[in-house]
Design a protein around this ligand. Structure first.
Ligand code: SF4
Length: 154
């Protein structure tokens, strides 16, 4: 099976998609895309400055955009990063606002995602806790469910 970065994972720019390589599997895609990003990213910080989630990352308040991106690149390579970069990758909601902001067609959204995978795998940031996510989903659902629906579904 041949895979490529999913539509939500690749930059929409024509220059990026026109040359988007295809990969035999997820591991190959991940390794190749990581290497490409590490070579292309100049740590200019434009993605950080464009990101709407930075306002919700306490550790990133006042942080240097370039240093925070360098922290993300460190996470991608299995390092510890810093508090701002760890908070940023954890907070990413894949808005994709960062993608057109990048002058190097890196696809910062995918960069953050791959860095998060690596960081979760090596324990640098905690894995997603499904139980916690479920309790929050139930809390939100209660806002819109009737009492009968709550009894039946929650
Ligand atoms: S991913 Fe792009 S925008 Fe972000 S720091 Fe690297 S080169 Fe700059």
């Amino acid at each position: 099976m041949v895979v490529s970065a999913s539509r939500s994972d690749v930059a929409p720019s024509a220059s990026r998609n026109d040359v988007a390589p295809r990969y035999a599997n997820w591991a190959e895609l991940r390794a190749a895309e990581s290497a490409r990003m590490l070579a292309a990213c100049t740590a200019c910080g434009a993605c950080f400055e464009a990101c709407p989630m930075i306002a919700y990352v306490p550790a990133a308040q006042g942080a240097s955009p370039g240093d925070t991106v360098r922290g993300v690149l460190a996470l991608l390579q299995g390092g510890a990063g810093d508090a701002a970069s760890r908070g940023w990758v954890a907070a990413c909601t894949r808005s994709a606002v960062c993608i057109p902001a990048c002058p190097e067609a890196v696809d910062p959204m995918l960069l953050l995602r791959l860095a998060k995978f690596t960081a979760q795998e090596n324990g640098t940031i905690p894995p997603r806790d499904a139980r916690d996510a479920m309790s929050r989903a139930k809390a939100f659902a209660r806002l819109g469910f009737s009492e009968t629906e709550q009894k039946e579904w929650l």
